[in-house]
Design a protein around this ligand. Structure first.
Ligand SMILES: *[C@@H]1O[C@H](CO)[C@@H](O)[C@H](O)[C@H]1NC(C)=O
Length: 495
């Protein structure tokens, strides 16, 4: 008999699994969860390592299904500040053990498989967390469409498409082509729902008035652009009878369209992000160029009333997932960062060209938990379990099921052992020179992160202790969320 029966025990915690919350002890053997049993009932067992989680909460490792890393510049001068090494490092230090990042196809590239290969090369042997990719389809020509089944074979069961940005936008007919083939191949399609024409028209009007400051980014992305495109995405997907997920929803009225569609039984899923819970348009209206730090699309909206509606949508299930939309650009860098838009012609920059996105892969879970707004069970659903289910990783990820789930865990502090602290960018492990949440008071931070049985983050005992290259590529299966696979045939003649 081996000297140790288990490799890791996590004892005395309040354990929140995918479907229950209770006082459990957890035993890990190798990379898998071996047992989850009532507190104190493991008996006398020997383990290589034991964590006493007394007073703290233990949950499945976070799954962040919306992360941009090391993407080639698609528009403007901005280049990703994080590569797979620094982005996945930042993730594990914030309690996230699985990332689904993007493999972008350019409009000039006919093939999706080539984009997948190129992205694999960037990630291979570089990751601290486990990872998979959504394919971004920006050229929905015959070759790309014909490759959907090969993508499934390669373990990719989701795509992302855009209704805005010249470099990425698909026409409605192309969206239908994608959705129709996605239906056949049981692929979930993520949609960036903003009306590109409304945005371009509004930008032109602002330029005519010589309004270029960062805050006009908000004006140039009015709620109606998001509301109209959300309703159109729902209409197109319900015509084809295929599941979609609307990414990064910011507008209460767009959320209402989504909630109404769900009430009708349509397989419409939705995502929101911390920037729509914690930032407002005021964050873009700071002295000088400072507001550029919070330029992302859709932009942060009005204020607490809007935040409240988004929180409620998380509580009531309108939003399936809370992702980061980590899209990292340096601020103080005039070659590839936010400041690259400052020129002789535009001494205070031009909102239209500001690299679009905010970092947040490391702060997602701590910000949301510190807000103390969601029940723990709901918190686990929207930060881990639902993403695993929606994107075909469940129950390997997003759960703590003996024999089935990887031993991925986020272990939080006991309340009395945790002092409130002020978040500072220097505490973070990304490669970005700012966080939009600088100076916020946080009540929680992950004490440990465990990936496949290995402690990879121990805040008081070495900090980052995981290794680059330990993260594995995850082959994904079809979505297992209810309603996400249509059982019926489709025939144009029935309409
Ligand atoms: C759930 O939340 C959404 C978004 O906030 C809202 O539109 C909807 O009315 C809510 N539903 C219920 C039943 O409260």
């Amino acid at each position: 008999m081996a000297e140790f029966e288990y490799d890791l025990l996590v004892l005395n915690g309040l354990v929140v699994t995918h479907d229950e919350t209770g006082e459990f002890d957890i035993a890990v053997k190798g990379s898998k969860i071996a047992k989850v049993v009532p507190r104190g009932s493991l008996g006398e067992v020997k383990s290589k390592k034991t964590i006493d989680a007394k007073g703290g909460v233990v949950m499945p490792g976070g799954v962040d299904a919306h992360v941009h890393l090391d993407e080639p510049a698609l528009f403007g001068k901005g280049e990703s500040a994080d590569n797979y090494e620094t982005g996945t490092r930042s993730a594990i230090c914030g309690g996230t053990t699985t990332l689904i990042t993007f493999a972008p196809q350019r409009k000039t590239e006919p093939s999706l498989l080539a984009a997948l290969e190129a992205t694999h090369a960037r990630a291979r042997d570089n990751c601290y967390s486990d990872y998979s990719f959504h394919l971004i389809c920006s050229n929905a020509g015959p070759l790309a469409i014909s490759e959907f089944s090969a993508l499934r074979q390669a373990g990719i069961s989701s795509l992302k498409i855009y209704m805005t940005y010249e470099a990425l936008q698909l026409a409605d007919s192309e969206i239908l082509d994608v959705l129709f083939e996605a239906r056949k191949q049981k692929i979930v399609t993520m949609i960036h729902a903003e009306n590109g024409a409304i945005i371009d028209w509004t930008i032109k009007k602002l330029e005519e008035k010589n309004l270029f400051a960062p805050k006009y980014h908000v004006t140039s992305h009015p709620p109606v652009a998001e509301i109209e495109a959300t309703y159109r995405a729902i209409s197109l997907s319900s015509f084809i009878d295929v599941p979609i997920l609307i990414v990064h929803v910011s507008s209460p009225s767009a959320a209402k369209h989504i909630s109404d569609a769900q009430k009708k039984g349509l397989p419409v899923y939705a995502e929101t992000c911390p920037q729509y819970l914690f930032l407002t348009r005021k964050d873009l209206d700071k002295p000088g160029f400072e507001g550029a730090k919070c330029v992302c699309s859709p932009p942060p909206r009005e204020g607490e009333q809007d935040h409240e509606v988004i929180w409620r949508g998380l509580e009531n299930g309108t939003f399936t997932v809370l992702s980061s939309d980590h899209c990292p650009f340096l601020y103080d860098n005039s070659e590839i960062g936010k400041k690259s838009v400052i020129s002789a012609e535009y001494p205070n920059g031009h909102f239209k060209y500001i690299p679009n996105g905010c970092p947040g892969v490391e702060t997602r879970m701590a910000l949301a938990l510190s807000a103390n707004r969601l029940k723990l069970q709901k918190f686990v659903e929207v930060t881990s379990t639902n993403a695993a289910k929606l994107y075909g990783l469940y129950p390997r990820k997003g759960a703590l099921i003996p024999g089935e789930s990887d031993a991925d865990m986020t272990i939080w502090y006991a309340e009395k052992e945790m002092q409130e602290f002020e978040l500072k960018n220097e505490m973070l492990h990304h490669n970005v020179d700012y966080t939009p949440y600088e100076g916020r008071t946080l009540k929680q931070w992950p004490r440990y992160t465990v990936l496949r049985g290995e402690v990879v983050w121990a805040r008081d005992d070495g900090g980052l202790v995981g290794k680059k290259g330990f993260g594995e590529f995850l082959k994904r299966d079809v979505s297992s969320l209810a309603g996400s696979v249509s059982q019926e045939g489709w025939d144009v003649e029935r309409f």
